[in-house]
Write a new protein. Structure first.
Lengths: 292, 197
């Protein structure tokens, strides 16, 4: 066993709006060295750092759009998101909750600030991750896994140091709430000031963390500030996070899917032909229909 | 060197690698921010724009003050008010960026240079002009006589990805139909191909 070494610590880039409801810093795949291959199976990470939205009668968000070939994971730290899809599905992601949507063969959906949240306004903080699917599962049937915060499996750190929410994968003896197609770990580490937590993932897994609240020290050496992203080299297995303030850290680690990636807009496939097919299917109504 | 433009020089304007190399220093690129104009009504259009990356639109304002989109120009498309350039007269049209884009500026100087360097350029360019006229004739014919569905199907064949990149009202404007009519066409297709009621 050896300690994971740090490859880079990235400050958030200037934010941009996705639709009019998500003010995000993109960490994956644009910029830094974090292209889709480098962080596979995590192929996109958009981070809406804490941002105050004033009250709005018309909920802000992103209009109807399709996805194919991967999963989207939305983690709501502050605020609430409402979504609808073309198969008639829909729901609300509550504060502290997670929605794991397997778009796979195709979903047409829209995402907005939840109506009541929108009317009152308030702090909004979210992560949206795209997790790639292996070729054999890209055209599987779409599905949802939704978790309110109280249904996410948790590991309590000793001596009241904090809690690890195991969204997917494993932490110590706690198994994650969500099922995944390839081996990966997705954790929300909520560590109290002065608390420490140890992590252990295979060296070849792509591993990173994002500081959602507070400030932390990694491996006793490197300070990672609020809203900053840390990428580990693919060397060593273990690392330690120490909270220098009360902190929330999103920890991602997954086995890379070593297959070609052909990505354009909302589709992530293996070949150019599959991308063209996805566009054609979308244009021909094969993703269904949803009113904007 | 902009990769898309390099491929275009070879494939559509018939330049050899050696000719491309000689032209390299005369290529002018320009970043264009979303919503930025490259041409406004009343100005004289001085050049053609090649879209290296991004998406432009070419449109006119109609009598009701709404935009009628004549052309979308995604990657590898040329866009210009050719009439304004050729006749040196004020344009009726606008060209702006729908996405952050990078364009190559094809002005008279560049055309002179490429004509000097490549003996085949004028022949290829004439072919492109006729191809453009053929495209415009088809557009007019579809706008005069085709159903909304036929226009839509022709559009997605020509531009498979543009529907994903622009708001639906822009596509409706290009097709000369109302946004409601476009929604109806898409709903009917989904009904046939996805089983939506």
């Amino acid at each position: 066993m050896s300690t994971k070494t740090i490859e880079l610590i990235a400050a958030p880039k200037a934010p941009h709006f996705v639709g009019d409801g998500f003010r995000v810093h993109n960490f994956i795949p644009s910029g830094f060295r974090l292209d889709m291959e480098r962080m596979s199976p995590f192929i996109l990470l958009d981070y809406n750092s804490k941002f105050h939205f004033p009250p709005s009668e018309k909920p802000k968000g992103v209009g109807v759009h399709p996805h194919r070939g991967f999963e989207t994971v939305t983690i709501a730290y502050k605020g609430k998101v409402q979504h609808h899809d073309s198969s008639g599905g829909g729901g609300i992601i509550e504060e502290g909750g997670v929605q794991w949507m397997t778009a796979a063969s195709g979903v047409l959906h829209k995402e907005y600030h939840e109506a009541e949240f929108s009317k009152k306004g308030g702090d909004f903080q979210m992560v949206q991750l795209w997790i790639n699917l292996p070729a054999k599962d890209k055209m599987s049937t779409p599905k949802y896994q939704g978790f309110a915060n109280n249904s996410i499996n948790k590991y309590q750190l000793e001596e009241n140091q904090g809690t690890i929410e195991v969204i997917a994968g494993q932490y110590k003896d706690v198994t994650g709430s969500a099922s995944t197609f390839t081996p990966l770990h997705l954790l929300n580490a909520k560590i109290n000031k002065g608390g420490k937590a140890d992590f252990d993932f295979p060296a070849h897994y792509n591993t990173a963390l994002l500081v959602i609240e507070g400030e932390v020290k990694v491996n006793d050496t490197d300070t990672v500030n609020l809203d900053h992203f840390l990428l580990f080299e693919n060397k060593g297995e273990t690392f330690q996070i120490e909270a220098t303030e009360d902190a929330v850290i999103l920890v991602l680690s997954g086995e890379p899917i070593n297959e070609p990636i052909a990505a354009q807009g909302p589709f992530v496939m293996n070949t150019r032909e599959e991308l063209m097919q996805a566009m054609n299917d979308y244009n021909m109504g094969k993703f269904g229909y949803l009113e904007d | 060197m902009p990769e898309n433009f390099k491929a275009y020089l070879k494939n559509s304007w018939g330049l050899t690698q050696e000719e491309v190399d000689r032209l390299k220093n005369f290529i002018k690129t320009k970043p264009v921010r979303k919503d930025e104009y490259l041409l406004r009504q009343g100005e004289i259009c001085k050049m053609t724009f090649f879209v290296e990356q991004g998406l432009l639109r070419f449109y006119a304002l109609n009598e009701n003050g709404k935009s009628d989109i004549l052309q979308f120009a995604p990657e590898n498309w040329l866009v210009s008010d050719r009439g304004s350039v050729y006749f040196n007269e004020p344009s009726h049209y606008f060209i702006d960026a729908v996405e952050n884009s990078t364009v190559i500026l094809i002005d008279t100087q560049f055309i002179d240079r490429i004509s000097e360097i490549s003996p085949s350029f004028r022949k290829y360019n004439e072919r492109l002009l006729h191809n453009h006229i053929r495209h415009l004739n088809k557009r007019v014919s579809l706008l005069l006589g085709a159903s909304a569905k036929t226009r839509y199907l022709d559009f997605v064949k020509l531009h498979p990805d543009v529907l994903l990149r622009v708001p639906q009202w822009m596509v409706a404007s290009y097709l000369g139909i109302t946004p409601e009519s476009l929604s109806r066409v898409r709903r009917d297709l989904a009904s046939k191909n996805f089983g939506v009621k």
